[in-house]
Design a binder for this molecule. Structure first.
Ligand code: B1M
Length: 546
């Protein structure tokens, strides 16, 4: 990692966060745990995320307890309190992760002193992101929470086919299987995996499924009806933990009575051919005079002032979405905003400086002649040939279809592909592997939102270059609500759900020139990259297909 690291004996970020955090005492020169019985002191280490004097206190506990007793009866009790504080909204996720860091450090210290035969885990699980899916962070958060709450986790990584998952389950003799995935397609892969497990007669494994594209009903009704074993839906890492706890206690049921499942209703929008078939009825979108771009074809840029891009980071998405800072139940909205401004904004500003050398923003963009044909958009490639995109049309209501934002005789469309480079993902992986969990979450969030910010920033540059910047919003808040002329559509989102359309975009833009590759599963590498089609039509706005 090329980031210049100042050597400190403490983590200044933690200091900063602590200075204002009411839940936790400050780690100062004075020992805040002094005078407490050793059991309480160790629990406070975990709950308050304090590493200072941890080994000294573990040594003291070892005079009275066996290492396994310390883990199971004292430290895990601390983690239980952490889970409860998080559940009741009194502890924020970054602090939960910091407690997990201390737990990991304590277990690492005690492990060599444990008797070899001691089975110290409460249960075990293989965790994997399913085939075709590259999303890592959700699964890794589940790993952190489970492994630091006494479970043995075999985390086999991303893009894992069912063969590898089952092989790992057998090899490591685990009690359960956890599958993760954010893509719509992953929900179908999970279904196929369960059918495959039925087929192979390995349905003795309870399966836990998680990821944004799943719904509770899909898992607990549809998938439960088809899997011969037990299957559970975990909305977040803590629900995963609760399920593992109940499996360990023999309390989880996870099966539906025969015939209780609904029909298999979970379908991909792009698996519904009707939505793509043009029946001659367009929406109410009126044709407009297309603005002529200043050039046709593509350009690239790889020099940016990263601080200019940071200005386009949506703090709500970063603080609440990625870092998951939540309003405490006893806080009013203005109090929470003040709390964020005092406690989280400084972390954000500090990370901007620290991560500046890690980001390598690059952009490729271009303007093309195009025309609409029913549900299709046909784009002329100046280097020869045409690229055809087919979009779904709303069945009811306005019957919108993305193609309607373009004239059927002659029009123009822009495309962009942006990346903040591979280094930030490499850096965050190192943080995860070394157990620096809190920073892992913070850096990942910065990576995601800087990629989003670059897309927002470059879309604005395109509007300026194209001369359609007559409706620019006055504030960043309005910019984040897309209050400008035209719209940016990313393939994979509901209005243009086919990830395969990335192929056409790659033909037109050739983002390989700035280091963006398209994987076999139509994902982008580096991870923190996005692509988009840009429409100039004043009526163009994001819409859902149903
Ligand atoms: Co994009 N993206 N994205 N994206 N992105 C999704 C995944 C999408 C669902 C959004 C949507 O349509 N509403 C959609 C995919 C839809 C599809 O399949 N067709 C999508 C798309 C389309 C895309 C692009 C293709 C868009 C484009 O450029 N054309 C593009 C592809 C990028 C690539 O290929 N590399 C893209 C890009 C990006 C960003 C770079 C901007 C960014 C970062 C992505 C990344 O981290 N790799 C991003 C983001 C942030 C998202 C959303 C908004 C959030 C993902 C996230 O960070 N979640 C996402 C929509 C969504 O999830 N709501 C979306 C936080 C994470 C901690 O949660 O992983 O769900 P999660 O894990 C949770 C729980 O689900 C649960 O516990 C975890 C922790 O609490 N859990 C388990 C998960 N697994 C479990 C297993 C268990 C138990 C619990 O077992 C025991």
């Amino acid at each position: 990692m090329s980031q210049p690291e100042r050597r400190c004996t403490y983590d200044p970020l933690v200091e900063l966060m602590r200075r204002f955090e009411s839940v936790r005492p400050q780690e100062t020169a004075a020992d805040p745990l002094e005078g407490l019985p050793i059991e309480d002191r160790l629990k406070r280490h975990i709950i308050d995320g304090l590493k200072k004097n941890l080994e000294r206190d573990l040594e003291e506990a070892l005079k009275r307890y066996r290492p396994l007793e310390i883990v199971n009866d004292i430290l895990l009790d601390g983690m239980k309190t952490v889970g409860e504080l998080f559940g009741s909204g009194q502890m924020q996720l970054p602090f939960v992760l910091q407690s997990a860091e201390v737990m990991k450090a304590a277990v690492r210290y005690l492990e060599p002193r444990m008797e070899k035969s001691a089975e110290r885990s409460k249960g075990s699980i293989v965790l994997a992101t399913v085939a075709g899916d590259v999303h890592d962070i959700g699964k890794n958060l589940v790993d952190i929470i489970l492994s630091n709450n006494g479970f043995r986790v075999v985390n086999i990584g991303i893009k894992q086919p069912i063969e590898s998952i089952l092989k790992a389950a057998e090899e490591h003799k685990v009690d359960a299987i956890g599958m993760s995935g954010l893509l719509v397609k992953s929900t179908l892969v999970m279904r196929e995996n369960l059918l495959e497990m039925n087929e192979r007669g390995v349905h003795h494994y309870p399966v836990i499924l998680g990821g944004a594209a799943l719904t509770r009903a899909y898992v607990e009704e549809d998938l439960r009806a088809l899997y011969k074993g037990r299957v559970y839906y975990a909305q977040d890492a803590f629900e995963g933990l609760r399920i593992m706890e109940s499996l360990a206690n023999g309390q989880a049921s996870g099966t539906s009575p025969v015939g209780a499942g609904r029909s298999l209703s979970h379908r991909l929008p792009d698996s519904e051919p009707d939505l793509y078939r043009f029946d001659g009825v367009r929406s109410d979108v009126q044709p407009v005079q297309p603005p002529t771009p200043s050039f046709l074809g593509t350009k690239r840029r790889d020099r940016f002032d990263i601080f200019e891009i940071y200005r386009y980071i949506n703090p709500v998405a970063l603080f609440r979405g990625q870092w998951q800072y939540r309003r405490r139940p006893d806080q009013s909205n203005p109090e929470f905003d003040r709390w964020l401004a005092e406690n989280v904004q400084p972390i954000f500003e500090r990370l901007q400086r620290e991560l500046a050398p890690v980001f390598q923003p690059k952009v490729v963009w271009g303007y093309f002649r195009c025309r609409s044909e029913g549900n299709d958009l046909v784009v002329a490639n100046p280097e020869g040939g045409e690229v055809r995109f087919r979009f779904p049309r709303q069945r009811d209501g306005r019957r919108l279809c993305l193609a309607d934002f373009f004239r059927s005789d002659e029009d123009y469309v822009a495309f962009q592909a942006v990346t903040v480079g591979p280094e930030v993902s490499r850096y965050e992986r190192g943080l995860f592997e070394s157990g620096d969990y809190r920073r892992y979450l913070l850096v990942h969030g910065m990576g995601v939102e800087t990629a989003e910010a670059l897309a927002e920033y470059w879309h604005q540059q395109i509007r300026k270059e194209w001369g359609i910047d007559d409706q620019e919003p006055e504030s960043m808040k309005l910019l984040f609500s897309a209050k400008y002329r035209g719209a940016r559509f990313s393939f994979g989102y509901p209005a243009c759900p086919n990830l395969e359309d990335q192929k056409g975009l790659f033909e037109l833009l050739r983002p390989e020139r700035i280091g963006i590759e398209l994987t076999e599963e139509w994902m982008l590498s580096p991870e923190q990259s996005t692509t988009a089609l840009i429409a100039h039509h004043p009526q163009a706005k994001y819409f859902n297909i149903r």
